[in-house]
Design a protein around this ligand. Structure first.
Ligand code: SAH
Length: 260
């Protein structure tokens, strides 16, 4: 590989790894919004909402490196090389990622590649899907009566069956699974084999914080059927634990409105 060096009189740009949140532009941090509104170059994932990209100046250049399960339009090494090349060429790069850059976002790999090439990096946190989805569906991830531990896991990962999830789900705990739709059946089997009750409550939250959001509730044993029957599509999160069965607060609110 050719070592990239900055041009003599060309200052090196900064790569900003920016969390774009789960969808709703209102959930951007002020820092993220400011960076987008002043960006000259945005390198973004497929999960970044078009309404957020629309906040950029008209002159901004966009590069989509959209990744979908089993379809990578740009390999991670190529994305890293692109960020480094642009920054060494003098451009500040706004690297926009869904949710938070350091939660299942490969932000760590991009930061390392930049550091190795001498490119300065700044990381701007975003509202990760688990937090956005929980808020939008009004499912508290912790609750004094039900859960004092929360774990985030990736359902679509190398060697799912080798991953040790023992103790992450069950009484007093909430497990949030990212990218778990395609592996709903092995996930269910894995958790039941770990001793979880097939009746453990769960919720599937699709398109959280977007106008098309759906919240589906069920039990662990019925997860795959719930996903299939309702034709749930990515992006979606699975929340497993007693918190998912607490009174459906939005439903309770609607009932109260009807009574009033
Ligand atoms: N860095 C991101 C996660 C990227 S992995 C973050 O912090 O949120 C992509 C997965 O995130 C999706 O497969 C899905 O499980 C979850 N996800 C992202 N946005 C979502 C949304 N609006 N609603 C539900 N799940 C979402």
């Amino acid at each position: 590989m050719i070592a990239l060096q900055p041009l003599a009189d060309n200052p090196v740009g900064t790569v900003y790894l920016v969390g774009a949140g789960p969808g709703d532009p209102d959930l951007l941090t002020l820092r993220a919004a400011r960076l987008v509104m002043n960006a000259r170059l945005i390198v973004h994932d497929g999960l970044v909402d078009p309404a957020i990209l629309a906040m950029a100046p008209r002159t901004c250049r966009f590069v989509s490196v959209a990744k979908q399960r089993s379809r990578h339009t740009m390999a991670q090494d190529d994305i890293n090389a692109l960020l480094v090349r642009e920054a060494l060429g003098g451009a500040d790069v706004v690297r926009l990622k869904g949710g938070d850059p350091f939660v299942f976002g490969r932000g760590g790999e991009e930061a390392e590649a930049c550091h190795a090439a001498g490119v300065p990096v700044q990381v701007v946190p975003g509202v990760s899907a688990a937090l956005g989805a929980a808020a939008a569906a009004q499912i508290p991830l912790t609750h004094r009566e039900n859960a004092s531990i929360v774990s985030f896991v990736a359902g679509q990962c190398k060697g799912l069956s080798d991953q040790n999830w023992a103790g992450l789900a069950g009484q007093g705990r909430t497990l949030v699974i990212y990218m778990g739709l395609a592996t709903a059946t092995p996930i269910t089997e894995k958790l039941i084999a770990d001793g979880l009750s097939p009746e453990m409550p769960l919720a599937v939250i699709e398109n959280a914080t977007r106008p098309t959001m759906r919240v589906l509730r069920g039990q662990l044993a019925g997860l795959a059927e719930l996903v299939e029957h309702n034709n749930v599509k990515s992006p979606a999160l699975i929340v497993i634990g007693e918190v998912a069965a607490r009174g459906d607060m939005m439903e309770l609110g609607r009932m109260a409105e009807q009574v009033a």
